[in-house]
Ligand binder design. Structure first.
Ligand SMILES: Nc1nc2c(ncn2[C@@H]2O[C@H](COP(=O)(O)OP(=O)(O)O)[C@@H](O)[C@H]2O)c(=O)[nH]1
Ligand SMILES: [Mg+2]
Length: 185
């Protein structure tokens, strides 16, 4: 049995807590507290971590960590990234400049995204279709990041599972590449 550490990140309200709750088989651990930040109209906000677990069909286990999203907690990001297999970047397309949000997390998790796997899920596209996926694809390309990009509703378990699938698939293909390289050496 293998255990994989997976991070979920994104701005406050992007859906980290909701996504983990949607797929965790253990009662998710939440550290949301009363929101004293007037900049956000949310009753609670994540200052620490969310944590959940999901066992795959083959017995492998995903350990899911929701990062504190606010940039002022970015000092914690490299600590959280240690040993992670991959990261899900959740974007809230209803925010004023969601492409700028994407840039913050691409930069903040640069090493993990380069060395491990990444998937970008764009939320609230039904009500906020702009920027469209094309603009995100261009932004990823410009940043030199190759990773799957898809619209997601974090309230839907199947859609969150799809994000996990896309992460794991990358990991499998990376380890195959590694094996091929070894075989060729
Ligand atoms: N109406 C609507 N609500 C959404 C959608 N996607 C996410 N949400 C809601 O947005 C909120 C996200 O909050 P939360 O999971 O706490 O975000 P976090 O700060 O990243 O942990 C939840 O209340 C979700 O139900 C969407 O597409 N439509
Ligand atoms: Mg949260």
């Amino acid at each position: 049995m293998t255990e994989y550490k997976i991070l979920l990140t994104g701005t406050t309200g992007a859906g980290k807590t909701t996504a983990i709750a949607a797929i965790s088989e253990t009662a998710p651990v939440r550290t949301d507290v009363k929101n004293n930040d007037a900049a956000f109209a949310k009753a609670t906000t994540t200052v620490g971590l969310d944590y959940g677990e999901l066992t795959l069909d083959n017995g492998d286990k995903l350990r899911l960590y929701g990062t504190p999203g606010q940039e002022r907690f970015s000092f914690m990001w490299p600590i959280l990234a240690q040993g992670a297999l991959g990261i899900v970047v959740l974007i809230d397309n209803s925010r004023p400049d969601p492409l700028a949000d994407l840039a913050v997390y691409l930069k903040g998790f640069e090493g993990l995204i380069r060395d491990a796997a990444c998937v970008v899920g764009v939320g609230r596209m039904q009500t906020h279709p702009e920027p469209g996926l094309g603009a995100y694809a261009e932004a990823l390309h410009a940043a030199g990041v190759l990773c799957p990009l898809l619209p997601v509703d974090v309230r839907e378990q199947q859609e969150v599972l799809m994000l996990m699938d896309l992460l794991l698939t990358q990991f499998e293909s990376k380890s195959q590449t590694y094996d091929l390289e070894k075989a060729a050496a």
